[in-house]
Structure formats: C-alpha cells, structure tokens
Design a protein. Structure first.
Length: 82
C-alpha cells in the first residue's frame, strides 16, 4: 500500500470544541487528526448531505404524527381553568 504524504494543519477553536472533538475521536478509536480527516472526507463525499436528505424525507413522511403529538398536548381552544 502506498504511503500518503501528511500535512500539518493549524486551526484555532474554542476549548469546548477541542474537548468535544477529542472525545468524539476517542469514541471512534481515532486520533484527532484522523477524526478531522474522516469528517472532511465524509463531507466531501456527500455522506453528510445524504444523511440530511434522509432525515428530511423522514420528517416529511411522518410530519402528521409530530403535528398530532404537538396538538394533543395543547388545551382545547376556549378552555380555561376555573
């Protein structure tokens, strides 16, 4: 397998973002650099877009269920506490 050339990047982020990225990298068993590379690759290969599209389709198909649940929690119009 051919070795790929690695380049160092520098980015300034808030401490919270750094901690979140490090924790997620650990969860996935990756170094921080490899995790960032995976995110970029997923984004550029369209995985993120496909996931968002799938979520949008799901919401569109099931919007009625969400609407019913939301209106079920509301009191009937004109109903007032005595």
């Amino acid at each position: 397998m051919a070795k790929t050339r690695k380049t160092q990047l520098g980015a300034r982020v808030d401490d919270e973002i750094k901690q979140l990225a490090e924790a997620r990298a650990r969860d996935r068993g990756l170094s921080l650099g490899d995790y960032i590379a995976v995110l970029v690759r997923e984004d550029t290969e369209g995985l993120r877009r496909r996931g968002l599209d799938a979520a949008e389709r799901f919401l569109a198909e099931h919007q009625g269920v969400f609407d019913e649940a939301e209106t079920a929690d509301r009191p009937a119009p004109g109903a007032h506490a005595a």
